[in-house]
Design a protein. Structure first.
Length: 79
């Protein structure tokens, strides 16, 4: 069973402000395991970290994020 974390706990784990994760959710870049209560699992937290790093470290803009995520998702399905 996957570990589940409320939004604030998940944000603390990734070192990202909860508002930023809510923004990622609003763009559907992250789909919480429990959207109604904004509960995230480990995969969601890893995805939030990845998005944060893409934008903060590599300067990826909002338009490019879904393209990169789609490509990563395709690669992960093939493995």
């Amino acid at each position: 069973m996957k570990m589940r974390h409320p939004l604030k706990e998940a944000a603390k784990q990734c070192g990202i402000a909860p508002e930023v994760i809510v923004r990622f959710i609003s763009f559907s870049w992250i789909v919480p395991v429990d959207p109604e209560h904004q509960v995230l699992d480990e995969e969601d937290i890893a995805r939030a970290r990845l998005i944060w790093e893409l934008q903060a470290d590599f300067g990826v803009n909002d338009e490019a994020v879904p393209i990169i995520l789609h490509l990563i998702d395709q690669l992960n399905r093939r493995v």
